[in-house]
Design a protein around this ligand. Structure first.
Ligand code: VNL
Length: 392
């Protein structure tokens, strides 16, 4: 008799553990975070993941009693892998949201899967204009290259630069940047005297810098993706372009906060335009930078970290709006028109394009009183939309 009671109790406990874990799994809201965690763009994966995790640490990881779980997968920066991982996350892990996407080819590879599976796809890093048009389920919390290039092109034309050369990484966002720079700089009276595109893989900037110097411009406009700024800056320094009187102007991807301190004095005076600087003087940003550095061994957040942080904000607030319902269409609808104060400044999701609308800043690299290099903002353009889609 005693024995039977004991046996029944064990079965009962076993059953409740089983049912309990089943109910828990059902209640968890899963966000599949696909990022380059290894390979040449690993810094982007590290920054985006840290930004997303910090958001949940600070704002809580539950919605309506359900826990938000991040399922992080490394796509190594390879589009085939991104596609396979996105499929696995949808089919096997049953994620409710796809997020991350470090580079344009990776985002484009995953877009058809988001469309088919009807899952929201939050692009936190990749920045070619066309990305949001590749699926109605995409919402972007990073930026677009045309959005941030317009400012520096205008500034250059208005600040005594008459002839410029452009040097970009030879893939979609670089082509967006070069095209926008030429359009805006030319419209404002400037002349582009050389257009150079450097391969994405193992870039050797030296021969391109030589051609830029030979064209004798007043300035060189540059875009390289996050993580490549130091390699570029070293070669720019070695080739002596600054001594030849050629100013360096750029998008903020070049004077990346993640790498800026390692660039040394060669970076001082570089003017760039971008949507985020770790030096942005708002209380929200000061708190963000401090918390991010504390949680990540002193690593300074860059614009990728803010893309991850704001992407998690969009996901969590959308879930709150739907009352925890994870229907893909409902979540995307909930993100449209959403507006909030980001560490970068005020932002909103354009309900028409699902792209982020944000302030773009002009910044100059300076050495601060703390001895460190910072992108110091000196002018701002509020509520900038992606100009390519705004013109359509
Ligand atoms: C992209 C654009 C990637 C800007 C970046 O860093 C960047 C892209 C990895 O769309 O591939 O800074």
């Amino acid at each position: 008799m005693k024995r039977r009671t004991w046996h029944a109790a064990v079965v009962a406990v076993g059953l409740s553990v089983f049912l309990g874990s089943g109910a828990m799994a059902e209640e968890t809201i899963k966000v599949g975070l696909i990022l380059p965690m290894t390979g040449p763009s690993a810094s982007t994966g590290r920054q985006v993941e840290a930004g997303a995790r910090l958001y949940l640490d600070q704002h809580g990881d539950t919605v309506g009693g359900r826990k938000i779980e991040l399922v992080v997968r490394d796509d190594t920066g390879t589009a085939d892998v991104t596609k396979r991982v996105a499929q696995e996350l949808v089919v096997r892990d049953k994620v409710d949201v796809l997020a991350g996407f470090g580079l344009t080819p990776l985002a484009l590879a995953a877009a058809p899967i988001a469309t088919q599976a009807k899952k929201p796809m939050v692009v936190m890093a990749a920045a070619t204009s066309i990305i949001t048009e590749s699926s109605p389920f995409i919402v972007r919390t990073s930026f677009t290259l045309p959005q941030v290039t317009t400012g520096i092109a205008q500034w250059a034309a208005e600040n005594g630069i008459k002839k410029a050369a452009s040097l970009v990484t030879d893939y979609a966002p670089g082509i967006d940047a070069a095209k926008t720079f030429k359009e805006v700089f030319t419209k404002n009276g400037g002349e582009v005297v050389a257009e150079l595109a450097v391969p994405l893989k193992n870039p050797d900037f030296a021969p391109f810098l030589q051609r830029a110097a030979d064209a004798r411009p007043d300035a060189l406009f540059v875009f390289v993706p996050s993580g490549f700024g130091s390699v570029f800056m070293n070669q720019f320094k070695e080739r002596g372009l600054a001594q030849a009187g050629i100013r360096l102007i750029a998008t903020g991807d070049v004077t990346d906060d993640d790498l800026l301190n390692g660039m040394g004095d060669a970076a001082i005076g570089v003017v760039s335009s971008h949507h985020y600087s770790a030096a942005h003087p708002s209380p929200e940003n000061q708190a963000f930078v401090q918390a991010f550095e504390a949680a990540n061994g002193g690593m300074r957040p860059n614009f990728m970290a803010v893309g991850g942080y704001d992407g998690m904000h969009a996901i969590k607030v959308a879930l709150e709006k739907t009352g925890g319902a994870t229907d893909g269409k409902a979540l995307v609808e909930a993100m449209k028109g959403m507006a909030w104060e980001s560490p970068r400044g005020p932002v909103a999701i354009d309900p028409e394009t699902r792209d982020i609308v944000q302030t773009v800043y002009l910044r100059r690299v300076e050495r601060g009183a703390d001895g460190k290099l910072w992108n110091v903002e000196f002018a701002s353009m509020p509520a900038v939309k992606d100009p390519v889609k705004a013109a359509k």
